[in-house]
Design a protein around this ligand. Structure first.
Ligand SMILES: [Fe+2]
Length: 361
């Protein structure tokens, strides 16, 4: 039995006040202490997900030259394929994650903001001869997004906030779905400190993770090869555990994981916690794992600052000054090594050279 709360979406939708109160309590405890809940009765098609993962593994075994053609360094890898050794967590101290990924936006995004943030509002690009994979990708991303929107409304109500407080701020935002393939370790790497994903917090509002799938060295779907591998999260610190506790996240069968991102922590003044998490590889040569992560973001024009209900001097110090979600995202992409430092130069006034030209001309 897991210590992390399970939220039943049918409880959230119920007309029975007792069931709704049960779900609200699970959200407060889960998002408040663990930054995470498990969700059941979510309606995501698990057969479609299994097919998507099989196709992902086949696709990522195509030759290197074709895969390179899917990579979009020009838009900081925010669409298409992210090669291994590209992204690193902010605290990683130089160790890149041991994974390769694909990024696509499952729904139409605000076209006005494509002009200002061409990278994160980019059109999708797709591999050739992968039509079913593409269809499954978009359908899964959209369905998981719906689940996330229900949770955002419920987790606002759970704190006695207006129901749409978080959900409304996401409309047209740069939501993105990521397909991940955590890479095989060889016999020299197994048992070392190589991680599939270094400890980090997500910088978006809410992350949804339908269950991942392990694959054996022959690329056949298989059970978890090592009970200690997978997702670990660090709980909120307490007097007893000043560094928090590392807890192994093992969702009950069929559950989706929902994780608080930094944006939701900020809006709630730290009441909900963006939980540091890490992905440990198995101590088994040649095994890989697929995953799907959907990232719900605030729209880029939305202000990131705690709701007035949470404002104390400590909270203002901890989460101020306010910035826009778009600015915040830009800075984060620089911090994690995907965008160049020069990307920050687009912030603020762009036209000082006009005066310089006038004075010198
Ligand atoms: Fe993450």
């Amino acid at each position: 039995m897991s210590e992390m709360p399970v939220v039943d979406l049918e409880d959230i939708r119920s007309t029975d006040a007792t069931r709704r109160a049960k779900a609200a309590e699970a959200l407060r405890v889960g998002f408040g202490d663990y930054g995470l809940v498990y969700i059941q009765n979510h309606g995501v098609d698990t057969d479609r997900l299994a097919r998507f993962y099989d196709d992902l593994v086949a696709l990522f075994q195509r030759d290197e030259e074709e895969k390179r053609s899917w990579a979009r360094p020009d838009i900081w890898y925010q669409r298409g394929w992210t090669p291994p050794n590209t992204e690193q967590a902010v605290v990683a101290g130089g160790q890149p994650d041991f994974k390769e990924c694909y990024f696509a936006a499952p729904m139409p995004l605000d076209p006005k903001f494509r002009l200002m943030f061409p990278e994160i509002y980019s059109e999708n690009s797709w591999p050739k001869n992968a039509e079913q994979w593409r269809e499954d990708y978009l359908a899964l991303g959209q369905k998981v997004h719906e689940v996330g929107m229900e949770l955002l409304r419920a987790c606002a109500l759970a704190l006695d906030l207006p129901e749409d407080l978080f959900a409304k701020g996401t409309e047209g935002g740069p939501h993105v779905t990521r397909a991940l393939w955590y890479l095989p370790l060889d016999d020299k790497q197994v048992g070392t400190d190589i991680l599939w994903g270094e400890e980090h917090t997500d910088f978006n509002l809410l992350t949804l993770l339908p269950g991942g799938q392990f694959f054996d060295p022959d690329h056949k779907a298989c059970a978890r090869p090592d009970p200690d591998s997978g997702l670990y999260l660090r709980t909120r610190e307490s007097a007893e555990h000043p560094k928090g506790r590392m807890v192994h996240g093992k969702p009950p069968a069929g559950c989706i994981v929902a994780q608080v991102g930094q944006q939701l922590e900020i809006l709630t003044g730290g009441t909900y916690l963006a939980t540091p998490h890490v992905i440990k590889p198995p101590k088994a040569v040649g095994y890989t794992r697929t995953a799907l992560a959907h990232f719900i973001h605030l729209h880029s024009e939305h202000k990131l600052f705690p709701h007035e209900k949470f404002l104390t001097d400590d909270v203002i110090r901890a989460y101020g000054p306010p910035v826009l979600a778009g600015t915040y995202g830009l800075k984060t992409l620089v911090d994690i090594g995907l965008a160049p430092k020069t990307a920050l130069e687009k912030l603020g006034y762009h036209h000082y050279d006009r005066l310089a030209t006038a004075r010198n001309g």
